[in-house]
Ligand binder design. Structure first.
Ligand SMILES: Cc1ncc(COP(=O)(O)O)c(C=O)c1O
Length: 401
């Protein structure tokens, strides 16, 4: 018998299916559309090298010492100013630098979720948020959604359906996994409904800057700052390797989130914060992010064209207007988990949609990333996927005469 007695919360922790799939995709020759990784070709290596040199030359001892839990003050100021682009009016004192926005999700959960407390999420939602919230044993409430995001009436139903809902977790821009954007009119309606229902918002926005056609509408938090926590990240516009994100919280909540962070990791690495500040301080992202957009837009177009050519009838999707993902629904009768092995054997990998649902999964859904493969490789991978799906639909037709 083991000497280790696991905490009850571990019973609900499962190995991430995505991580398991990523192992499959490491097989040589597999074109992976499964990862949620930004393209490494977008990492600005030379500016980062120069910034590392500068930090080590000018402030080596400060950069290598323990640092403030709130974050590096100039970076907090930069974040506060940058957020004006999202329609947010933020004081640097409200900004908490986090170790990736993933840590922001953990801190919010620690500060707000008691065992059994309702937490509302989109249908589907970001798998990593479900993983961050689950150890705190919430009762997830799946908000009914359409192509424009959650329905305002789903919020209006919350007081009766799930009284005491601690917060609703929303991804308004190029959602992971569906790629959808909540339009401006829906945003206002949702914030009004949330406010009337007394349900605060946790708004997660790592993809908002990666628009292809037009900038996204203002952040949800801009309509209800005192009822919103806003999460941002440097992972998709610079590099995820520094593990740098941030959150903006109302004054009422800030101290508890800060204490949760102190308990968690004392502070986000000061060296990383200083390097990133050196990179971004002079408007670098205003020049750099358009290059990411142009690259991802061309990859999006390549995937859209390939899908149109190769998907069997009955497959549905909406071309994303930014971000990194297509979300497909396979023809009726097909199961994305069951087909994954065959797809990998045919040389292409995707993520089945099921783990992105807090409740009833959609077995026909799957997510494809378009950002880490060249247009030619996208064509090759979608051709292979199309072949697997055509075979599966043909087999289905034989099985059901
Ligand atoms: C919606 C969403 N939120 C948060 C994260 C975590 O990002 P990071 O911790 O790198 O900032 C991701 C990463 O893929 C994401 O897709």
């Amino acid at each position: 018998m083991s000497v280790w007695h696991l905490a009850r919360r571990t019973a609900r922790m499962n190995p991430s299916i995505i991580r398991e799939i990523l192992k499959l995709t490491e097989r040589p020759g597999v074109l992976s559309m499964a990862g949620g990784l930004p393209s490494p070709d977008t990492f600005p290596i030379e500016p980062i090298r120069a910034a590392c040199d500068k930090v080590l030359r000018d402030t080596p001892r400060e950069a290598l010492q323990y640092a403030a839990s709130e974050g590096f003050a100039p970076l907090r100021e930069w974040v506060a100013a940058h957020l004006a682009q999202q329609g947010l009016s933020v004081e640097a004192s409200q900004v908490l630098i986090t170790t990736g926005s993933q840590q922001g999700l953990d801190l919010v959960a620690k500060a707000l979720i008691d065992t059994g407390a309702p937490v509302a999420v989109e249908t589907p939602t970001y798998l990593g948020a479900l993983q961050a919230f689950t150890p705190f044993e919430p009762n997830f409430v799946s908000l009914e959604c359409d192509d424009d995001g959650p329905l305002p009436q789903a919020f209006r139903a919350l007081p009766a359906q799930a009284p005491g809902t601690r917060f609703a977790y929303l991804l308004p821009n190029f959602q992971n996994p569906t790629g959808r954007v909540i339009p401006r009119v829906r945003r206002e309606a949702l914030v009004n409904a949330a406010r009337s229902a007394g349900v605060p918002l946790v708004e997660d926005n790592p993809y908002g800057d990666l628009w292809f056609d037009e900038p996204t509408p203002p952040a949800l938090a801009s309509w209800w700052p005192e009822g919103s926590v806003y999460l941002g990240s440097f992972s998709k516009v610079l590099t995820p390797g520094f593990r740098l994100g941030y959150l903006v919280a109302p004054a009422e909540l800030g101290p508890k989130l800060l204490q949760a962070k102190q308990a968690s990791d004392l502070h986000t690495p000061g060296f990383n914060q200083r390097v990133v500040y050196e990179v971004v301080r002079d408007g670098f992202l205003d020049r750099h992010v358009p290059t990411i957009r142009a690259r991802y837009r061309a990859q999006r177009d390549a995937m859209e064209a390939a899908l149109r050519r190769h998907m069997p009838a009955g497959t549905t999707w909406r071309a994303p207007r930014g971000g990194m993902f297509f979300w497909l629904r396979l023809p009726e009768g097909l199961d994305a988990i069951a087909l994954l092995e065959r797809a990998v054997a045919a040389g292409v990998a995707y993520v089945p949609g099921a783990p992105f649902f807090a409740h009833t999964p959609d077995p026909r859904a799957l997510r494809l990333s378009f950002v880490t493969l060249s247009p030619a490789a996208i064509e090759q991978g979608i051709t292979a996927l199309g072949r697997v799906l055509h075979e599966a639909t043909a087999a289905l037709a034989v099985a059901t005469p």
